[in-house]
Ligand binder design. Structure first.
Ligand code: AMP
Ligand code: ZN
Length: 431
């Protein structure tokens, strides 16, 4: 099933031709903003010299800091009266940044989201419960408009208020949910606590996004719920959700290349890497009137999956986001991504749905402390059993990240649950 088959299955030469045409428009729109005027001047960029897609790499990057500097509208080429909406980043790092949309931008975005949802088999008969925060965050309204465009019945539940969520799911026979992975883990626990069997509910799909999570977490959510979970990727700077989405093959996320140019760069040198190599994702928005953004450094680490997907879509897929260049922890000189720790923890059936990583400095040495909730159904309360589990967890983590963490096993439900983007790393080391 396709939303827009011609464009989703377009051959690469035609796609590149389309991208180049759109790039020229995006560049001339950008060049009319005060921000890019200054940047292009500083870097002696003449956009008329961009004669092929290859030349894109000659242009400077745009960073989150640039968006802050040009706050509120230094990157906007249209007049205020043409703008119909704004959103802001949830502030994964630092102060939030603002994004503007014209009516056409909102329409295009809704179509892209509808395209994503159709790629997972959702259709107008579905009941879609959106458990992402509504408001400035794009996760709420972004999926909302896409699901309406597709013709689903939308329940704009927003995040939190878990008992109410469950009631809505039951009363209105929700079939598809949109949720952060951390909140999904909490939700399924509460469903069980209520004496409801999640497998008996009608929900059959979850769209999981807004924060990094591991394949093991996906499997855990799928098994506990009895559903298919699809990875959903986006960021406010590129509209919000709908940038890249998994199809029914669940093997990487199609990044919609008629809307975005993908580059993967070495985060240290800025050099563009070959397809397949892992690095930082850089995106150029080809379609936005109210805010053209050229070569945006997402800080997200991934790679292009260059081979063709079995679904027939020709747009490149990107791999699960491994982490951000700025969430990498350096513990005793070793680079560690929280996602690596999560992968190990979630592969243990005895481990429950929540954990925290706490870093401390003791006697000038880094100590990693991992607090993990136990899964109630697997735990019979024997001290010996717990000690063995601790040792196995420690050993698995040490084997992967070469650091010997201190493990603390916690009772189910004892760590604070997350309703939105989870905060799981607490770095208490004073520098
Ligand atoms: P925001 O602009 O507030 O929506 O935050 C966007 C950021 O959330 C992205 O740059 C990623 O770091 C993160 N993010 C969104 N979706 C995913 C996903 N599916 N997997 C991993 N990280 C994600
Ligand atoms: Zn596919």
């Amino acid at each position: 099933m396709f939303w827009d088959k011609d464009i989703e299955t377009i051959d690469r030469p035609s796609l590149e031709k389309l991208q180049f045409e759109k790039l020229q428009k995006a560049l001339s729109a950008a060049a009319s903003t005060s921000f890019y005027q200054k940047v292009f001047e500083e870097h002696s960029v003449n956009i008329n010299n961009i004669k092929t897609l290859e030349h894109l790499k000659d242009l400077p990057f745009t960073t989150k800091q640039d968006l802050r500097v040009s706050y509120p509208d230094g990157m906007v080429p249209v007049s205020r009266s043409q703008i119909v909406r704004m959103h802001a980043s949830s502030g994964t790092t630092g102060k939030s940044t603002v994004i503007f949309y014209t009516q056409k931008d909102i329409d295009d975005w809704a179509n892209l989201v509808a395209r994503c949802m159709v790629a997972t088999g959702t259709n107008r008969d579905d009941v879609f419960q959106n458990m992402m925060g509504y408001g400035l965050f794009t996760g709420g309204l972004g999926l909302h408009y896409g699901a309406e465009r597709l013709g689903c019945m939308v329940i704009p539940a927003s995040s939190g208020n878990t008992l109410k969520q469950i009631q809505l799911m039951q009363d209105f026979e929700t079939t598809v949910i949109h949720i952060t992975p951390s909140y999904a883990l909490h939700l399924v626990e509460v469903i069980n606590e209520q004496g409801i069997d999640p497998h008996q509910m009608l929900v059959s799909k979850a769209y999981l996004g807004a924060e990094p999570y591991s394949e093991a977490t996906r499997l855990k959510i799928e098994n506990q719920f009895g559903i298919d979970a699809y990875n959903s990727y986006g960021m406010s700077e590129m509209n919000g959700p709908g940038v890249a989405f998994e199809c029914t093959y669940k093997n990487g996320m199609h990044l919609w290349e008629d809307f975005y140019i993908i580059e993967i760069i070495d985060p240290d040198t800025g050099e563009v890497l070959a397809p397949g190599e892992e690095g930082e994702l850089v995106l150029t928005h080809l379609n936005r009137e109210a805010m053209p953004i050229i070569r945006y450094r997402t800080r997200d680490l991934t790679r292009i999956i260059p081979d063709q997907c079995e679904c027939g879509r020709t747009h490149y897929r990107i791999d699960r986001i491994k982490g951000r260049t700025d969430d990498m922890l350096i513990v005793s000189g070793v680079n560690v991504f929280p996602s690596q720790i999560e992968t190990v923890l979630m592969s243990f059936p005895e481990v429950g749905n929540n954990y925290q990583i706490v870093l401390e400095r003791e006697d000038n040495l880094d100590r990693m402390h991992v607090k993990v909730e136990l899964y109630s159904k697997m735990f019979h309360g024997e001290i010996k059993e717990l000690e063995q589990l601790k040792a196995r967890l420690r050993e698995s983590l040490r084997a992967l990240i070469t650091i010997n963490p201190r493990i603390e096993l916690m009772e189910p439900g004892s760590l604070p649950p997350s309703m939105g983007k989870a905060k799981r790393v607490f770095d208490n080391r004073s520098i």
